[in-house]
Design a protein. Structure first.
Length: 284
């Protein structure tokens, strides 16, 4: 199911946010938020999670949420990836933002990072009136290591809140439960996302009929096969956009898309922004 979980920080900083803080949070990375005042919230179509003052909230990767704010708030944030945790495991077990328990260690870490950070207060708005979040990790190597430690500690606190079965699956590092026979297909999609695949090919990998495999797959992942394939390819593309310098046409081909037009359409639908804008927003 997973390799050893790691934490890789993309961005961390503090800023003052206000009513212009309006984002779609559907990225393949986690967001750790810690606000000094109340006034901000994260929501989906069913529920709203306020960000209380002086408490940490962890927004899981691959969710689909909206961020809003009603008043000026001092806002500390960390965006981080978790290589080793599969997207399907995150979706099954961390479907909602998690309000972390009060924890003296995490609070001390965040206070220390905030004191040393290069604050952005405020970020200049763009022509459309929204703020643009482009702050890279700031500080020296020691500060960066402390950011990664804080992100890892926050993730560990979140995992403490999961059901025992979810943690058992994580700790086994392998397929568990009644969906173990889907692992050959999941492994193929994880390791070779750019391959041309069909439902029939994946079903044969698992020794199942096409229809039976499709039902089992949807039940296990919450996605149709083709939706899962698209999301996996978008995740690969997002990784390349964040950490590489390839042209977008090359990113599209490497992720398994037929052309840039198709890639841009799927990426924008799933992530909320076109690939070029996503790269500008989330890279130093």
């Amino acid at each position: 199911m997973t390799d050893t979980p790691l934490v890789r920080v993309l961005h961390a900083n503090q800023q003052v946010i206000d009513h212009r803080w309006q984002w779609r949070l559907s990225d393949p990375f986690w967001r750790l938020y810690f606000n000094r005042e109340a006034g901000a919230a994260v929501a989906n179509e069913h529920r709203r999670w306020p960000l209380p003052a002086e408490r940490a909230l962890l927004v899981p990767a691959w969710g689909d949420f909206r961020a809003t704010c009603t008043a000026p708030v001092r806002h500390f944030y960390v965006h981080f990836e978790t290589p080793g945790l599969s997207a399907e495991w995150i979706r099954r077990t961390c479907a909602e933002p998690l309000l972390l328990p009060e924890n003296a260690v995490l609070r001390a870490m965040i206070d220390e990072l905030a004191r040393a950070a290069v604050a952005q207060s405020p970020v200049l708005p763009q022509r459309d009136g929204r703020w643009r979040d482009r702050a890279p990790i700031t500080g020296d190597a020691r500060w960066r290591l402390r950011v990664e430690a804080a992100a890892a500690w926050a993730l560990a606190l979140a995992l403490d809140q999961l059901a025992p079965g979810a943690m058992a699956e994580l700790n086994t590092r392998g397929p568990a439960g009644p969906d173990a026979d889907l692992e050959p297909a999941l492994r193929l999609l994880r390791e070779r996302p750019a391959d041309a695949v069909t439902v029939m090919r994946l079903a044969k990998q698992c020794g199942l009929s096409r229809d039976h495999f499709a039902r089992r797959f949807a039940g296990a992942t919450g996605r149709t096969v083709m939706r899962y394939v698209q999301e996996r390819r978008v995740a690969v593309a997002a990784e390349r956009l964040l950490h590489g310098r390839d042209a977008i046409d090359d990113v599209a081909r490497a992720a398994g898309f037929a052309n840039r037009f198709h890639f841009t359409r799927v990426f924008t639908r799933l992530i909320g922004t076109p690939p070029a804008q996503y790269r500008r927003q989330h890279r130093p």
